[in-house]
Write a protein that binds this ligand. Structure first.
Ligand code: CU
Length: 145
């Protein structure tokens, strides 16, 4: 009986997405699985309302949205160098993230919020990026699910 009540209460309070929002950490690193100057992980799928926390594990990095690489109506992200920044949004879609100093070295991440349409994926593929950033972005886009 108590177990049933607990489950019922949990389900009830978890209905608004923000109540059950998760914290997801993306580290900004000089070295990682994908090579040098990386966001790790470089692709995440989150739900609307989740808190995506960019952690300055190594110095000299920031996190910001790539211009024109986020859903229409979304607020661009602009993190300062060496500072943690929390990104949270209710707008579903794809968000391209870069570290400005290391954009040319391919320091990018892809955040998927909720479900995306094939038109969103095509638009993401069409965004012009420096060659190394493009290479990693294409690999991240391939992981969209
Ligand atoms: Cu960087």
């Amino acid at each position: 009986m108590f177990r049933f009540l607990f489950t019922a209460v949990t389900v009830f309070f978890c209905i608004p997405a923000t109540v059950c929002a998760k914290d997801i950490i993306i580290e900004m690193k000089n070295n990682g699985i994908d090579g040098v100057m990386v966001f790790e992980p470089s692709y995440i799928k989150a739900r609307p309302g989740d808190r995506i926390i960019f952690k300055p594990t190594d110095k000299g990095h920031n996190a910001e949205t790539i211009p024109a690489f986020y859903p229409k109506g979304a607020t661009p992200l602009r993190g300062a160098i060496n500072k943690e920044i929390v990104f949270t949004t209710k707008l579903q879609g794809l968000y391209g993230i870069r570290c400005l100093p290391h954009f040319g070295m391919g320091m990018i991440a892809l955040i998927q919020i909720g479900s995306v349409k094939s038109a969103d994926v095509d638009a993401a593929k069409a965004v012009e990026l420096p060659p190394l950033a493009k290479k990693r972005m294409i690999a991240a886009i391939a992981r969209i699910r």
